[in-house]
Ligand binder design. Sequence first.
Ligand code: CMP
Length: 142
Amino acid sequence: MSGNFTFAMIKPNAFRQNYTGSILAMICEAGFRIQALKTTILNKDEARQFYAIHRSKPFYEDLVTFMSSGPILVMILEKENAVEDFRALIGNTDPSKAEEGTIRKLYARSVRANAIHGSDSDENARIEADFFFSTRERFSWK
Ligand code: CMP
């Protein structure tokens, strides 16, 4: 059993196509409680920093350009076993491999423009939440 919080981000393609309401409804219906939420926009340096772990990958610069191409919606979500359950809800990184009924199956356009990000570990959830949110913007996860 992992921790009770995860970090998530609705990406520019899904935001632009006005899927945010439908995606948030799926998240809440799956039992996640929204603890912090805001829209923002990353500049290229910030996108590079957020995805620094992928810096050696061939898709890195295209990912940075995409992630800084428009507004995003970032959030902290609470649920038992949050990281694992949220990754099951969003589905495979590659939408052509994503399971039916997952957020990426419904709303992703490509592997890069895959609609939503979810942290892959409790440790990264904390790092990613700290990247976007100050302690006063949070409720129970300080
Ligand atoms: P995300 O879950 O945010 O984590 C890293 C992101 O890199 C991933 O979603 C995709 O947006 C992107 N990504 C991963 N693999 C590829 C790939 N093969 N080609 C292009 N983008 C990718």
